[in-house]
Design a protein around this ligand. Structure first.
Ligand SMILES: [Zn+2]
Length: 142
């Protein structure tokens, strides 16, 4: 379960629309609370590191960008608890590429952007054995 404010969700949608037809990506900054739940404090946009021609359907965060986000989070007494990205003209469902590059415990928020407009926004968590993602519930507030 992941707690996300409406304003943060809007930011992800807006970024997905702004980057369309490319993927947007960023980090979810917040805290892990009891029972593996996550509380998002801020969304932290990062640039898509993939080659221009590959940007369309794969996003990857560069280690330097990740380290910068991690330092930013720690400076506020927070942690990186996940990642978000858009799927231009595709469903808000993780791809095989997403699974191959996922980290356990993190949340993966995906927003579907069709014809430049953000639609479905869903959150996913990988199974510990890396076999697949399970959808997780998005709640408001704490
Ligand atoms: Zn993806």
């Amino acid at each position: 379960m992941i707690a996300l404010e409406e304003q943060q969700e809007d930011e992800i949608r807006r970024q997905g629309e702004a980057e369309y037809p490319h993927e947007c990506c960023g980090l979810l900054i917040g805290r892990f609370v009891e029972d593996g739940r996550k509380q998002i404090a801020e969304v932290y946009p990062v640039s898509n590191a993939r080659e221009e021609e590959a940007k369309h359907n794969r996003s990857l965060i560069m280690p330097e960008e990740y380290m910068r986000g991690e330092r930013y989070a720690r400076g506020r007494g927070l942690e990186v608890v996940g990642n978000y990205h858009s799927h231009p003209d595709h469903e808000a469902v993780p791809s095989q590429f997403d699974l191959d590059h996922a980290w356990p415990i993190w949340s993966y928020i995906i927003v579907s952007v069709r014809d430049g407009r953000a639609g479905d926004l869903r959150s996913w968590e990988m199974e510990a054995n890396r076999s697949r993602f399970d959808e997780e519930e998005i709640t408001r507030g704490s």
